[in-house]
Design a protein around this ligand. Structure first.
Ligand SMILES: Cc1cc2nc3c(=O)[nH]c(=O)nc-3n(C[C@H](O)[C@H](O)[C@H](O)COP(=O)(O)OP(=O)(O)OC[C@H]3O[C@@H](n4cnc5c(N)ncnc54)[C@H](O)[C@@H]3O)c2cc1C
Length: 247
């Protein structure tokens, strides 16, 4: 899996501060120098004032100003299962690689066994992995070997059947019905900072599945570079506070 920042609002935290200060100014924010906009906020430097204001907004649950900066991410190679979880978030905008217009006819089923085209979950390869609702934790070496073999065989067979169906004239949009839910997909998605925090609340949490958690941690790393003050505060004070859209 790879997650990349494609495009993002420049100076996002300046924008958050301008939007928030607008609510309490008699002057027009667009005509006021940023230093003046922030003059009443505690701190000796612009950075300190930004830190003060962002901490106050987060503490008070004043999340509206965080809706102005927007970021677009490209996600490569997550499963369609992960995609189904992600696309439940209604304030995120998505573009999803099509299986109607893209035919995966040049993938070698032997490579699928090794992780091409279908995500291999850690529970298929790690004998000690413990996941949710696992039927038994009592897995001996033979069981572990068999489940890895069965997983790899099954997904490779599915891709082979899919490609044969394409050769037999079935349209990709119908042949895809035989592909596993672990089939990889590329996604472009855009969201604002408030929504990024909400997705992190829900999907970086311990009860989310490993794949969407991993993706969300990568999003958070990129977010921390883009909006350092906000996501530093989020990591320290707010992460794990589920569904905290408002106080
Ligand atoms: C660990 C885990 C397990 C899950 N298991 C399941 C499952 O078994 N089955 C299943 O179907 N889903 C499951 N989900 C998905 C979950 O129910 C939500 O649909 C998903 O996380 C989207 O989050 P959200 O509800 O906060 O909505 P978002 O679309 O992210 O919206 C953000 C917020 O906006 C508000 N909002 C948005 N739309 C509305 C609306 N129409 N009415 C009122 N308020 C709204 C809510 O405050 C919401 O929290 C699971 C999620 C997690 C994290």
């Amino acid at each position: 899996m790879e997650v990349t920042l494609l495009e993002a609002t420049s100076e996002p935290e300046r924008l958050v501060c301008q939007a928030a200060r607008n609510d309490y100014m008699s002057e027009f924010v667009a005509d006021t120098p940023f230093e003046e906009v922030m003059a009443d906020v505690d701190g000796d430097t612009p950075r300190e004032r930004t830190e003060t204001l962002i901490a106050q907004l987060m503490d008070h649950g004043h999340f509206g100003p965080f809706e102005h900066p927007q970021a677009t991410f490209a996600v490569e190679g997550v499963s369609r299962s992960c995609m189904a979880q992600l696309t439940r978030h209604r304030h995120v905008s998505f573009d999803v690689q099509s299986m109607r217009y893209v035919a995966f006819d040049d993938v070698d089923p032997a490579d699928v066994r090794e992780g091409a085209m279908v995500v291999v979950p850690p529970s298929a390869t790690d004998p000690d992995w413990v996941g949710r609702n696992q039927r038994t934790a009592d897995v001996d070496e033979a069981d572990a070997q068999r489940r890895e073999e069965l997983f790899r065989e099954t997904v490779a067979d599915a891709v082979e059947s899919y490609q044969e169906l394409l050769d037999l004239g079935m349209p990709p949009e119908d042949a895809r019905f035989v592909l596993p839910i672990g089939t990889k997909v590329n996604i472009v998605m855009s969201m604002n900072v408030r929504m990024l925090m909400h997705v992190a609340d829900m999907r970086a949490a311990a009860d989310a599945q490993w794949e969407i958690r991993e993706m969300t941690e990568k999003l958070l790393d990129l977010a921390a570079e883009w909006c350092p003050v906000t996501f530093d505060y989020y990591e320290r004070e707010m992460k794990g506070r589920k569904n905290r859209l408002a106080p």
